[in-house]
Design a protein around this ligand. Structure first.
Ligand code: SF4
Length: 333
């Protein structure tokens, strides 16, 4: 998560203080979908993903209630571990600083980098142990995940240390001021705060990963990068912002996606896919259009049919549901 603080310092600058034009009737606190549409709400995930050109996955999940069964796919499993590590590291760092400030007057022994690495080593050892008792996933995938988690932990620890040590080296502060500095540098709040959004036709709770600088809603992603207008990243941020607005009656104009990936030729996590979004009038219209389209499909219960190009379906997690054995030829004819 501390990548965002660095990104903010190095590149974002005043961007997120610039004006975002939002029509007032599109603020979360002013939007209410008709009762027939919001009667059967949809998850933010199902709303934002659009890998199926006909939205047949929505029909399968919400009308047929069939879904895809079996072992959870590895990208989801790995993504959850990365997500948990980031949240745990932030929680640990905050508590470490708080405890240090309460116990010490001097900063002579302050070593947040060492403390975070020690914590993450123990945490990652537990993850490794959990997977060693789980034969559902290949060893090679698990080993790669463990390495990725270690890289993420090292990045977070060094970022936290670099920024805090910079402040310590520039000021006469004592240990008592540490938490305030930490809070100012890494202003992440409302971690996984649950929000209501039934009025928007969304399944509750709606849970953004964090609020950054008290005005940028954020989510951590590890899967495919879908950055364009109306893509997964923008739709997710917009849905979270509107849910936050409704809950707190506070405008949220920006959304950030922290995208965490890895590259075997690098010894640091790859954050290149991370994005920042202006949640303006057009982004909100795109969200409401998509939402209404999917909610209508659920309300009407009509099979939207198959994509014209069968190739689109190859490897889709719903492929076995859409083309059960022996029916493929018929579906293609
Ligand atoms: S298999 Fe094809 S039709 Fe079925 S959900 Fe996937 S993309 Fe859509």
């Amino acid at each position: 998560m501390y990548y965002i603080a660095l990104w903010d310092l190095f590149e974002l600058g005043d961007l997120t203080r610039s004006e975002v034009i939002v029509r007032d009737d599109l603020r979360g606190y002013n939007v209410m979908l008709p009762p027939d549409l919001r009667a059967q709400p949809i998850s933010v995930n199902l709303l934002a993903t659009s890998f199926c050109p006909t939205d047949r996955n929505v029909y399968i999940e919400r009308v047929l209630r069939a879904g895809h069964h079996g072992i959870e796919e590895w990208p989801r499993v790995a993504g959850r571990e990365i997500h948990n590590l980031l949240q745990q590291l932030h929680a640990f760092a905050q508590q470490f600083v708080r405890d240090f400030a309460a116990r010490q007057r001097s900063l002579r022994n302050f070593d947040i980098c060492g403390a975070m690495i020690t914590f993450s080593d123990q945490y990652i050892a537990q993850v490794r142990e959990r997977f060693s008792a789980d034969n559902n996933y290949p060893r090679r995938q698990v080993s790669r995940l463990i390495l990725h988690l270690q890289q993420i932990a090292a990045f977070e620890a060094t970022a936290a240390a670099a920024l805090l040590n910079y402040r310590i080296s520039r000021t006469e502060m004592g240990a008592g001021a540490l938490f305030q500095e930490m809070d100012a540098l890494f202003d992440f709040r409302a971690i996984e705060q649950e929000l209501h959004a039934r009025w928007l036709g969304l399944t509750e709770p709606v849970t953004p990963d964090f609020l950054y600088r008290r005005r940028i809603i954020g989510d951590i992603k590890t899967g495919e990068i879908d950055v364009g207008p109306g893509g997964v990243f923008e739709l997710t941020c917009t849905a979270y912002a509107m849910a936050w607005e409704q809950e707190y009656r506070e405008p949220i104009d920006w959304g950030v996606i922290l995208h965490v990936s890895h590259n075997r030729r690098r010894n640091v996590p790859i954050y290149r896919g991370s994005q920042i979004y202006r949640l303006n009038t057009t982004a909100r219209i795109r969200l409401l259009d998509k939402l209404e389209q999917k909610l209508r499909l659920i309300r009407d219960g009509q099979d939207p049919g198959y994509p014209a190009d069968r190739e689109v379906c190859r490897g889709c997690v719903y492929e076995a549901v859409c083309y059960p054995e022996g029916e493929e030829d018929e579906s293609l004819s």
